[in-house]
Design a protein around this ligand. Structure first.
Ligand code: 6A9
Length: 772
C-alpha cells in the first residue's frame, strides 16, 4: 500500500528521463553538425519519400495512380494489402544515394535519389522516377505520378503554376531548411528524350497531419479530366481537383502541395530540391549530370560493399552478390527518423502516462507492417550496419540509450509521432514500464568494441546509461534464486491460452511454464544477462572503473557451466530448460456453456484451456527449441562440455530442430509444435524458422568449430551445412517472391509472416560474408 504521494512519485519517475547527460548533443542531427545525414529516405513507411532529421520536418513523397478506367488504386504508404510483386532498394549507401525498384502489376518503377552537399542546410537532392511497362500485354498504359511536399506544423510553401494546372515549382521556408526551391522537371521518355504528351494537375490543401496525406489526396480525386494526346483517343482520368476538409476536421497542421503528371509509358520525371544557402552550383543535377552522378555512386557502393563483405573474393555468384547488396540496402533504406512521445502504462497510475518527447534514429523491421523502432530487433540490425558504417551504429545506439527513463528502462516498441501511431491499433500503443526485451544492444556494443570502433570518449558517454540499464534488469527481472532471471509480464488470463505468452522475451508464444509464477527461471534471459555482464565488464575495464570487478564477477558466475547446469540442466529431459510451475497435459477445448435463458440467443462457446494434470514445480518439458539452445547460441558453454555435444545432436536431428532451410524454433516433437495459442492466434515461435536466432546459431557453430575440443569437427560440419541451408533458402525465396520475409516455413522453406522484412532477416548477408 503506497501513499498517494509515493504513487505519484513512482509514476512520475517512469516518465522522467535518465539524469545522465544525453549521449547525443541536442544539435546532433542539425544540418550544422551532421550536414550529410540531414536529408534522407527516413520515411520507411512510404514507397518513396524523404525528410530531414528534425522534429517537424518538411516531407516529400511520391504517390502513383495507374489510370485503370474505373478503378482508383492510389499507392503511397507501403501496405501489404497492395500486394506488390516486389519493391525494395537495390542499392542504398545510407547517406548519399539510393536506387529502388518497384513492380506494380504491369508496371515497373525505378525511384532514385542522389544528394549533393553544399550550403548550411543539408544541401540539395534530385529524384528520378522512371516508369516502364512490365511487358507488352500490360494493363497500365497511362500513369499518374504525384509528387508532393508537405509541412508539419511550421513553415510555408508557395506554388508556382504554369499554364493554369502545371505546378512547375514551389518555393518554401521552414525553420531548419531556410529558403528552398523544389522544381518539377518536364517529363521525358525513359532514355531522356522529350516526352510527346502529358497532362498536369495540382493540388494545394491543408491537412490535419502527415498521417492524413493519403486521405486528403484520395478524397480530392475527380474523374472529370480528359487525357487527349494529339491524334490519340481521348479518355477520362482521375486527378487531384479540389479538397474541402470535412466539417469538424482537425485543425490544419500540414500545408500540402501536389504536382500530378499524367502520361503514357515509358516515362521519366525528375524533381530537384535546391537549398537557398547553396551559393553556387555547377549546374542543375538533372538529366545527364544526374545519370553520371548516380553511376558514380553505384560504382563506389559496389567497391565499398566488396571491401566490407568480400563476397566476390569468396566466389559468390554475381546474382547472389546483388541479392546481398539489396538486403543491406533495404536495411539502410529503411532507417527512419522519428520524433514524438510514447504512451506508457505504469502500475502506479490508472491513466496512461505521456513519455517525454524525443527523437529516434533507427532501422525498422518492416516497412509495411512495423515501420518503427523495436528494441531487441535493433541490436540485431546494428550487427549488419555496424560493419558497413560503425559511426552510424554508434549514433543509433546512442539514440536508443538516450530514450532511457530515470529507472533505467527503455520501452520495447517505439511508436513516436503521428505517422508511426497511425499504423498501430490502439491496444498495442501502450508501453509497460515493467516490461523488458532482450538487451541485444549489448550485442551491438560488443561488435563495435571488437571492431575497435568504440573509443573511450564514446564509451564514457554511454557508461552511466549502460550501468542503469544493466541495473534495471538486475532489479526488476531477477528470478527466485541468485543468478537466475525471470521475464515479467507474461499473459494474465491463463485459462484463455494454450500457453500464456511472454512477449517481453521477443519469442512471444514460445512455450514456457504452463502456469506463470514467481518461481520461474528463464534460461534465455539468464544467457542474455551473461552477455550483458561480460560487455559491461569489458567497458568498465576499458574505462578503468573499479566497479569492473563486480561486472566481471557476474559475468563469470553467469557463464559458470556448473551453476548453469544446476539451474537449467534438466537431467530427465536431457536438455537445458526453463523451470517453473508446469504441466504438459494442457489443451484447448470448447467451453461448456449453460443453456441460454428462454428467448436469449445461443452464445458462441470459446476455446479455453483445459489442464488435465495439475501443474507442479519442475523443468519445463515439451519445449525443446530456441530457448534450450541459448547457452550454445551465446557461446557460454565450454568447448569440452558434454552438453555441447547433446545440443549439437538436437540441432541436427530432423525429428527435432533440423530442416533443409534452417533451424526451426520449436522441436517437431514438442506437443506445442505448430499449435494455435487461441482460436485466433496462430503459431509464431512454435516451429517457423527465424533468421536472427539462426544467425546466432551459425555464429556459435563457427566459434565452436574453431575451438579445440571433442565437438570441434561436429560443430564445424554443422556450421557449413546450416549456413548453406539458410543462405540457399532465403535467396531462393527472394528470387521466387521478390522479398525477404519475417520467418520461413519449416516444412517448405516458404517465406511467411510479414514482408518485406529486411530487419534481422538481412543478417543473411553476414552469413554469406562469414562475419561473426
Ligand atoms: C502488432 C499490428 C499493422 C514480433 O519485429 C518486431 C517484433 C519482434 O521484436 C518480436 O520478436 N515482431 C516478434 O515476435 C513484430 C511485432 C509487431 C507487434 C505490433 C501491431 C500492426 O498491424
Amino acid at each position: 500500500a503506497y501513499s498517494l504521494y509515493s504513487k505519484w512519485w513512482l509514476a512520475s519517475r517512469v516518465v522522467t528521463l535518465h539524469p545522465a547527460p544525453p549521449i547525443l548533443p541536442r544539435n546532433i542531427s542539425s544540418p550544422a553538425v551532421s550536414p550529410q545525414r540531414f536529408w534522407g529516405s527516413y520515411r520507411p513507411q512510404v514507397y518513396f519519400g524523404m525528410k530531414t532529421r528534425s522534429p517537424r520536418s518538411l516531407v516529400t513523397g511520391l504517390m502513383w495512380l495507374p489510370q485503370l478506367e474505373r478503378e482508383v488504386t492510389l499507392r503511397h504508404t507501403c501496405e501489404q494489402s497492395d500486394g506488390l510483386p516486389r519493391y525494395g532498394w537495390l542499392r542504398h549507401d545510407g547517406l548519399r544515394f539510393g536506387v529502388q525498384e518497384i513492380r506494380d502489376f504491369g508496371l515497373r518503377l525505378r525511384t532514385e535519389f542522389a544528394k549533393r552537399p553544399g550550403g548550411q542546410h543539408g544541401g540539395d537532392w534530385s529524384w528520378r522516377v522512371t516508369a516502364q511497362p512490365e511487358n507488352a500485354s500490360t494493363p497500365v498504359s497511362i500513369l499518374s505520378l504525384l509528387f508532393y511536399a508537405a509541412t508539419d506544423g511550421q513553415g510555408v510553401l508557395q506554388p508556382h503554376v504554369e499554364q493554369k494546372t502545371r505546378l512547375a515549382s514551389l518555393t518554401g521556408t521552414t525553420e531548419e531548411l531556410g529558403h528552398f526551391t523544389i522544381t518539377f522537371q518536364r517529363p521525358t521518355t525513359e532514355t531522356g528524350t522529350v516526352h510527346p504528351y502529358a497532362s498536369y494537375n495540382y493540388l494545394q490543401a491543408e491537412a490535419g497531419g502527415l498521417h492524413l496525406l493519403t486521405d486528403v489526396v484520395k478524397s480530392s480525386l475527380s474523374p472529370r479530366f480528359v487525357y487527349a494526346p494529339p491524334g490519340g483517343p481521348k479518355r477520362h482520368y482521375f486527378a487531384v481537383d479540389t479538397y474541402r476538409a470535412a466539417p469538424g476536421a482537425q485543425e490544419p497542421r500540414s500545408h500540402l502541395l501536389v504536382h500530378q503528371v499524367t502520361l503514357a509509358l515509358p516515362c521519366r520525371v525528375e524533381v530537384v530540391f535546391e537549398s537557398g544557402s547553396v551559393a553556387q552550383r555547377p549546374g542543375r543535377l538533372v538529366g545527364e549530370a544526374l545519370t553520371q552522378e548516380l553511376a558514380r555512386h553505384v560504382a563506389a557502393f559496389e567497391q565499398r560493399f566488396e571491401e566490407t563483405f568480400g563476397l566476390a573474393r569468396k566466389g559468390v555468384p554475381l546474382k547472389q552478390q546483388h541479392f546481398a547488396q539489396a538486403a543491406l540496402s533495404n536495411m539502410l533504406g529503411a532507417l527512419g527518423y522519428f520524433h514524438g512521445h510514447s504512451l506508457v502504462h505504469s502500475p502506479h497510475s490508472e491513466q496512461p502516462l505521456r513519455y517525454p518527447e524525443g527523437p529516434l534514429f533507427t532501422a525498422v523491421p518492416s516497412r509495411s507492417f512495423f515501420p518503427r523502432g523495436f528494441l531487441w530487433d535493433e541490436g540485431f540490425h546494428q550487427l549488419l550496419l555496424g560493419r558497413w558504417e560503425p559511426a552510424l551504429s554508434r549514433e543509433v545506439l546512442a539514440h536508443w540509450l538516450d530514450l532511457m527513463n530515470a529507472e533505467g528502462w527503455i520501452a520495447r516498441e517505439q511508436i513516436l509521432g503521428d505517422e508511426a501511431r497511425a499504423k498501430v491499433p490502439g491496444e498495442f500503443v501502450l508501453q509497460h514500464s515493467d516490461a523488458a526485451n532482450p538487451p541485444t544492444l549489448f550485442l551491438t556494443l560488443q561488435q563495435l568494441l571488437s571492431q575497435g570502433a568504440a573509443d573511450p570518449g564514446y564509451l564514457r558517454h554511454l557508461y552511466p546509461r549502460l550501468q542503469s540499464w544493466y541495473d534495471w534488469y538486475n532489479r526488476t527481472q531477477t528470478g527466485p534464486l541468485p543468478f537466475t532471471f525471470r521475464w515479467r509480464g507474461r499473459d494474465q488470463d491463463t485459462h484463455l491460452f494454450l500457453n500464456p505468452k511472454t512477449l517481453t522475451s521477443g519469442l512471444d508464444d514460445y512455450p514456457r511454464a504452463s502456469h506463470p509464477s514467481p518461481e520461474e527461471r528463464h534460461l534465455d534471459l539468464r544467457c542474455w544477462m551473461a552477455l550483458a555482464s561480460a560487455v559491461m565488464a569489458e567497458v568498465a575495464e576499458l574505462l578503468g572503473d573499479p566497479g569492473a570487478a563486480e561486472y566481471r564477477r557476474m559475468a563469470q558466475a553467469l557463464s559458470d557451466n556448473e551453476l548453469l547446469e544446476q539451474h537449467h540442466w534438466a537431467q530427465g529431459l536431457g536438455t537445458f530448460a526453463d523451470y517453473g510451475n508446469h504441466s504438459q497435459a494442457v489443451g484447448l477445448a470448447r467451453e461448456h456453456l449453460p443453456p441460454p435463458a428462454p428467448g436469449q440467443p445461443l452464445p458462441t462457446p470459446r476455446l479455453v484451456r483445459v489442464v488435465r494434470k495439475p501443474p507442479k514445480l519442475q523443468y519445463v518439458s515439451g519445449a525443446l527449441g530456441y530457448v534450450s539452445l541459448f547457452p550454445l547460441l551465446l557461446k557460454l558453454l565450454r568447448a569440452d562440455s558434454p552438453r555441447l555435444g547433446s545440443l549439437l545432436g538436437d540441432m541436427r536431428s530432423q525429428k527435432k530442430l533440423w530442416t533443409p532451410f534452417g533451424l526451426r524454433s520449436l522441436s517437431r516433437a514438442s506437443p506445442l509444435y505448430l499449435k494455435h495459442n487461441t482460436e485466433h492466434d496462430p503459431p509464431y515461435w512454435r516451429g517457423p524458422i527465424w533468421i536472427n536466432v539462426n544467425y546466432l546459431a551459425v555464429r556459435a557453430l563457427h566459434h565452436y568449430g574453431g575451438l579445440e575440443g571433442p565437438y570441434r569437427e561436429q560443430a564445424a560440419a554443422l556450421y557449413q551445412e546450416l549456413r548453406a541451408n539458410l543462405i540457399g533458402n532465403v535467396y531462393r525465396q527472394y528470387l521466387e517472391t521478390g522479398y525477404l520475409w519475417e520467418q520461413y516455413n519449416d516444412s517448405t522453406g516458404r517465406g511467411q509472416g510479414c514482408y518485406p522484412f529486411t530487419g534481422w532477416s538481412a543478417l543473411v548477408v553476414l552469413m554469406m560474408a562469414e562475419e561473426y
